[in-house]
Design a binder for this molecule. Structure first.
Ligand code: ADP
Length: 249
């Protein structure tokens, strides 16, 4: 995309696994205030791209910039501290803690992954107002005293997003945030993503094309490790290669 400087950008990203190229050549720009979807059939390389951007995997070739700094050789923990935060597909909440305490514990970890330091929950009182604010933002205020483990599947995923937001990401990577959810939760999570994207950048892997059409400003379509189309939904859904490769029509 053109226009304002991207907050996260990748150029010529490639990753080989023992002779197999999972990601061949990926250019990607993620912008502040925008929701960017990464879509494509199973095995296209979406997870590998996420792992490369968060530095869980080293690229075989290519470069990545975050907020104007080259992070190609930066550690995952340092990248998280700079504001690139990923919400995992598999829930990372503590089921035996209350909803409120889950967010307070998350607020205690300003650096995110790998930098957590633990204190007694009684020392977390000063974090309560911010935790309440985050819970209100995601619609979990009334559930704050329930055990996280007792929440419905959809609300657990929403709580997980709240714990991710506690790290105050500048770029939020979401891995199938609506996977396995019913209509109501999908619409709740869509509203949350729309609202959090107002003052940060969001990059999400999402299989539900109705959600993608409704929510995302920009869509990058991957197949066999290469970008086959990029643009708004109207553009990519009209693309011949996308129709054949992804939608099967
Ligand atoms: P997607 O998330 O789009 O389904 P992935 O990024 O998980 O795709 O995988 C892309 C391709 O890379 C697949 O063919 C997968 O088998 C392969 N792959 C992913 N990770 C590894 C690995 N650690 N070792 C070998 N092959 C891998």
């Amino acid at each position: 995309t053109t226009g304002p400087q991207a907050v996260l950008s990748a150029r010529g990203l490639r990753r080989d696994f023992a002779g197999f190229t999972a990601v061949r050549h990926v250019d990607l720009d993620v912008h502040h205030g925008k929701i960017h979807a990464l879509i494509g059939p199973n095995g296209a390389g979406k997870t590998t791209v996420f792992n490369l951007l968060t530095k869980f995997l080293a690229p075989t070739a290519g470069s990545i910039e975050l907020l104007g700094r080259d992070i190609t050789k930066t550690s995952p923990a340092a990248v998280a501290r700079m504001g690139l935060v990923r919400s995992f597909q598999i829930s990372a909440i503590f089921p035996h803690l209350s909803v409120l305490d889950n967010v307070r514990v998350a607020l205690q970890r300003p650096g995110g992954l790998g930098t957590q330091f633990w204190r007694p929950l009684s020392a977390l009182d000063r974090l309560t107002p911010r935790a309440q604010e985050l819970l209100a933002m995601v619609g979990l205020a009334d559930d704050r005293h329930r055990l996280a483990g007792d929440l419905s599947y959809g609300r657990k995923r929403v709580l997980e997003i709240a714990t991710t937001l506690a790290l105050d990401p500048k770029v939020l990577l979401l891995d199938e945030p609506m996977a396995g959810m019913g209509h109501e939760d999908v619409s709740t999570v869509s509203d949350i993503i729309r609202s959090v994207a107002k003052d940060r950048a969001v990059l999400m892997v999402e299989h539900n094309l109705t959600v993608v059409a409704d929510l995302c400003d920009w869509i990058t379509v991957l197949q066999h490790g290469d970008i086959i189309a990029a643009g708004d939904y109207a553009t990519v859904s009209a693309d011949e290669r996308v129709r054949v490769a992804y939608m099967g029509t």
